[in-house]
Design a protein around this ligand. Structure first.
Ligand SMILES: *Cc1c(COP(=O)(O)O)cnc(C)c1O
Length: 386
């Protein structure tokens, strides 16, 4: 089976993890701060807080922005459930902004319309979480302008997008947002097995993220309210969690990060080859680079129903039958039974539902060979010829 995505682990990665395992610290040592520094220097943000997953980082980001009961958080329906769940963890209400059918990202026009209505009704969001679907940045300048106008905060869910650019600067620089989150799950661009990271340029937010990651405990005398009892003394000054990344994970991430340019280069070359070769297939290809340059985490094609009667299910099953590990990203979050139990109904976001009925993610990962890719192309030509 050719998978839709796969990690790429080198001997250097293995050696880095083994060295961490033989070191004095398995957790809370020097490696994770080194990894944080490497990521923030690469993307150009001031503060970085590594966590045990992007889900945890999104949760911390919401808490750092003081999302709580009675607040509204808006996100895209075409995302992994974690982009919405993070708001529910904080007791907030989630609302979904329909997607732009061309970019698969949250539609800025739809966002602007919903904000006008929400302002009239007194139901403005506290936080908006745009998701950089498949690794291609949302129009962050426009979203940031709306944030200024309507007074909401912005968390970029850039789980797919480390290595991508927006307006010639790396995704993650937080130029147009309060906090940006990356995921290091194995199918993502760079992996730590499980892991995530939150970036911000705001020192107070950075401090809050750091505190919440580790139980709300500080050893910084400046933050303490009582006299120190001695050198062992620490204070819990808020209610935090244990969302820390281990040294083994940090070592893997640090080593992986050395190869990010090669990973992105190969992904981009494969995406270009798909575009060049999928010319006789009744599918719509993903958008090309413009102001946003994708990291190509996913290559999502859409069955073009104006040109073929063959449905997505048939194409999906035929490709799986040929040993091609296609997948679908994503089922609209609000169609999940849990969200249905909260009262969200089908029909809420028509563009997202239409997208869901047509989308297939076809294989793309750095270790994929041209021969593998030719096999995928040949089977697509056979299954959905124009
Ligand atoms: C993978 C992913 C997450 C969650 O990442 P984890 O590191 O697995 O917790 C969140 N949002 C999006 C869009 C993702 O793809």
């Amino acid at each position: 089976m050719i998978p839709y995505g796969r990690q790429s682990i080198s001997d250097a990665d293995v050696e880095a993890v083994v060295a961490a395992l033989r070191s004095d610290f398995l957790t809370q040592g020097p490696i994770v701060p080194g990894f944080e520094r490497a990521v923030r220097e690469r993307v150009g943000a001031r503060f970085a807080v590594a966590t045990n997953s992007a889900t945890s980082a999104l949760h911390l980001a919401c808490l750092a922005l003081e999302v709580g009961p009675g607040d509204r958080v808006w996100t895209s329906p075409i995302t992994f459930v974690a982009s919405a769940n993070c708001a529910l963890y904080c007791g907030a209400v989630v609302e979904f902004v329909d997607i732009d059918p061309d970019s698969f990202n949250m539609s800025v026009d739809r966002l602007a319309e919903m904000l006008v209505l929400a302002e009239q009704n007194g139901t403005l969001p506290k936080v908006v979480i745009p998701v950089h679907m498949a690794g291609r940045s949302c129009d962050m300048a426009a979203i940031s302008r709306l944030a200024g106008q309507y007074g909401f905060r912005v968390i970029e869910d850039a789980s797919h997008a480390i290595g991508g650019d927006y307006r010639n600067r790396p995704v993650g620089d937080c130029r147009f947002s309060d906090i940006t989150v990356f995921s290091f799950h194995p199918v993502k661009i760079v992996t730590t097995a499980e892991g995530g990271l939150a970036l911000t340029n705001d020192e107070a937010l950075g401090r809050r993220l750091d505190l919440l990651r580790s139980h709300g405990i500080t050893r910084d005398p400046a933050l303490m309210s009582k006299e120190s009892d001695g050198a062992w003394y620490y204070e819990q000054i808020g209610l935090g969690f244990n969302f820390r990344m281990t040294e083994l994970q940090g070592a893997l991430g640090r080593s992986q990060l050395e190869r990010i340019d090669a990973f992105i280069g190969r992904r981009r070359a494969l995406a270009t080859r798909y575009r060049e070769h999928l010319t006789d297939v009744a599918v719509r290809l993903p958008p090309q680079d413009g102001e946003a340059v994708s990291s190509w985490h996913l290559y999502v094609i859409r069955i073009d129903s104006t040109r073929t009667n063959i449905d997505r299910r048939h194409v999906f099953d035929a490709l799986r039958g040929a040993g091609i590990g296609v997948n679908v990203h994503y089922i609209p979050v609000y169609l999940q039974p849990y969200y249905q139990s909260l009262g969200y109904r089908p029909g809420l976001c028509p563009a997202a539902e239409r997208y869901y009925s047509e989308a297939i993610s076809i294989p793309l990962f750095p270790g994929m060979t041209d021969v593998d890719q030719d096999y995928v192309i040949e089977h697509l030509e056979r299954t959905v010829a124009k």
